[in-house]
Structures are given as structure tokens and as C-alpha cells.
Design a protein around this ligand. Structure first.
Ligand code: SF4
Length: 331
């Protein structure tokens, strides 16, 4: 039985400190570890109840691994995941079980994440049964209520996933995450598989649920316009590290890191993105062999000599109270 420590609930809901997720690469006759893929490398951030941190970056930057490590779906190599004051990274699978109910995951592909052999009613009821929530009668009412919350008719209870559109399936995925009344939802590319016309409906649903239910979201997306729509804070990841972190308004209006500037310049529909364009060239290097110094230096239009051998650390720009932090030798 896990008990909350004194003071739990008074700080941020989630306080991630120095988190690292490395994957060993084995080779040779003895199958020894010959290298480490640094998927998440020394990442720190906080997330308050009822707010959204949007995580952006190119494919392979580590944002999905970070989300899964926070939920302990992947083991952390080092660092702390303080959830309501308790370090989840140190808990055994058994100790972790009561916390699982408070943290849920919404997947990118709603079709793949729903069992084709289960009706929507069975899918939504499963977490209630698993966690022993309510009575058999109240669970049926709860399932109908969940469908209503996400804008689906209770009449669809006995239908199967293939009978729904992509947007409707994602609504079911969100309803399943809501079933256990979570405090935190990690949403991993939740609208990237949907048509643009449906995306805004699902994003509005997520925003509404956050306001009405006080849920915190870790919202992962490669699409900066989508992240801007839902986020209070934004973190920009590059090769496993956060290179810029701050209030969404500031990051979008005055991006400081050359990588953020390049990402924003590539999205003309983002309001307030700077007029002077920084074009992003080249590929993200392999996390197996990250470059020395600043990992972005081979692609950076503003690279300096120091960038090639000294890794920059996150530090405050715009003053200490602004909460805007950048890892770049320009600041
Ligand atoms: Fe560019 Fe240097 Fe800043 Fe890295 S540290 S983003 S290479 S200016």
C-alpha cells in the first residue's frame, strides 16, 4: 500500500527531474552492451494540475519515449518522476498499481488502440472493472455518461470500432482514458491520424475536458499549430533534450532557440511566428552517437566555435520570473 507523503498535493502535480531513458545496444559474440541510445537525456520540467504542457520536436526526438517514461510504461534509467510528491521512478510494479489509475494514455492511432472484438461499451467498462470502480449497475450508467461527455450517443454502446469514423474512435479513446477520473493524461499525437476538419473538434474536446475536470495534459505532437491550440506551456525537444521551455504565448511569439525558430518558420499558419525565416536543413543525428557540444550545431545557422565542443544548459531568458528557458550559447 502506497501512502502519500506529507505535503503531497501542494506542489506541481508532476515534477520531472533529470530524467534519462537510455536503451542499451548489444553486440558481439557475448551479446554485451556496446552502446546506449539516449532517447531521453536529462529532462526536467513541472506540470501543474489542470494545465497542458505541449511537447514538440521532429520525429525521433524522444518526446514519445518521455511521455511513456513519465507513465512508467518504460523504465527510467535515471532521474525522478515526482507525481503528487511521490517518485514513481522508484516504485515497484506492485507499488505503482494504485497510481496507474491517476495517469492515462491517449494513443495516436485510435483504431489500433481499440480491440476490434470488443464493443465500445465493453472497452469503456474494462478499466472500471479492472480498478473495481462502482457497482455493475453504476458502471453501465458510467459508460453511458462517458460517451455523452465526449459527444457520442449512448446508442452506440454495442457497436464495434470498425463502425466508427476516425474522429469518433478517438473520442472513444479519450472516453476510455476518462473512465477512471485521471489527474494526468499523456496524449501522444492524439489528432495526427485524423482529418484536419476533425482535428479541431477533438482538440476542442480536450480543451473543454481540461477546463471542466482540471486534468493535466502532456500533449505530444510534431505539429506546432496543434500544440499552440491546446498548450499553456511548450517544451521543444531535440535529440532527447529540452532545448526551449516556457509559456506557450512567449515561445510562439518570441522563440529564442534557433531550432524552435526553424520549426516555427516551417509552419506558416502559426499565428505570430516571426517573419524572418530560419530554414531547417539536414537530418536529426542518431541518438546513438549524438554530436559533441550542442547537438544541433551541425544544422544551426548561427553556430559558433564554442557550440562544437560545449553543450549548452537550459537557462532563463526574459528574466527569472518569465519562466522562459533556453539551452543555447547565444544567451
Ligand atoms: Fe546554434 Fe550554438 Fe545555440 Fe546550438 S548553442 S543552437 S549551435 S547557436
Amino acid at each position: 500500500m502506497v501512502t502519500l507523503p506529507p505535503g503531497a498535493g501542494t506542489g506541481p502535480l508532476l515534477d520531472v527531474r533529470g530524467l534519462r531513458t537510455y536503451f542499451p545496444v548489444r553486440g558481439g559474440l557475448l551479446h554485451r552492451v556496446v552502446a546506449q541510445v539516449r532517447a531521453v537525456d536529462d529532462v526536467s520540467f513541472t506540470l501543474d494540475q489542470g494545465t497542458t504542457l505541449g511537447l514538440v520536436g521532429e520525429s525521433g526526438c524522444g518526446k514519445s519515449t518521455l511521455g511513456r517514461t513519465v507513465l512508467r510504461l518504460r523504465p527510467a534509467t535515471a532521474g525522478q518522476i515526482l507525481f503528487d510528491g511521490t517518485d514513481l521512478a522508484r516504485l515497484s510494479p506492485r507499488e505503482l498499481e494504485p497510481w496507474r489509475r491517476r495517469m492515462q494514455l491517449v494513443f495516436q492511432d485510435p483504431y489500433a488502440s481499440l480491440s476490434p472484438r470488443r464493443t465500445v461499451g465493453q472497452t469503456l467498462r474494462e478499466p472500471l472493472d479492472h480498478h473495481g470502480i462502482g457497482t455493475p449497475t453504476s458502471r453501465r450508467d458510467r459508460v453511458a455518461e462517458l460517451l455523452d461527455v465526449v459527444g457520442l450517443s449512448p446508442a452506440v454502446l454495442d457497436r464495434y470500432p470498425h463502425e466508427f469514423s476516425g474522429g469518433q474512435r478517438q473520442r472513444v479513446g479519450i472516453a476510455r482514458a476518462l473512465a477512471v477520473d485521471p489527474d494526468l493524461i499523456v496524449a501522444d499525437e492524439p489528432v495526427s491520424a485524423l482529418d484536419v476538419s476533425v482535428q479541431s473538434q477533438v482538440l476542442n474536446l480536450i480543451r473543454r475536458l481540461q477546463v471542466e475536470r482540471g486534468i493535466a495534459f502532456l500533449f505530444i505532437s510534431h505539429d506546432l499549430a496543434v500544440v499552440q491550440h491546446v498548450s499553456d506551456q511548450v517544451g521543444v525537444m531535440y535529440l532527447g533534450r529540452l532545448v526551449e521551455l516556457g509559456p506557450a504565448r512567449r515561445v510562439y511569439s518570441t522563440p529564442r532557440h534557433p531550432y524552435t525558430q526553424a520549426l516555427l518558420a516551417a509552419v506558416p499558419r502559426v499565428e505570430g511566428s516571426p517573419a524572418d525565416r530560419v530554414l531547417l536543413q539536414g537530418e536529426v543525428p542518431s541518438p546513438l552517437r549524438p554530436p559533441p557540444g550542442c547537438a544541433f550545431h551541425a544544422r544551426c545557422p548561427r553556430v559558433m566555435e564554442v557550440c562544437r565542443h560545449e553543450a549548452p544548459v537550459l537557462k532563463d531568458v526574459d528574466g527569472p520570473g518569465a519562466g522562459h528557458r533556453v539551452a543555447c550559447h547565444l544567451y
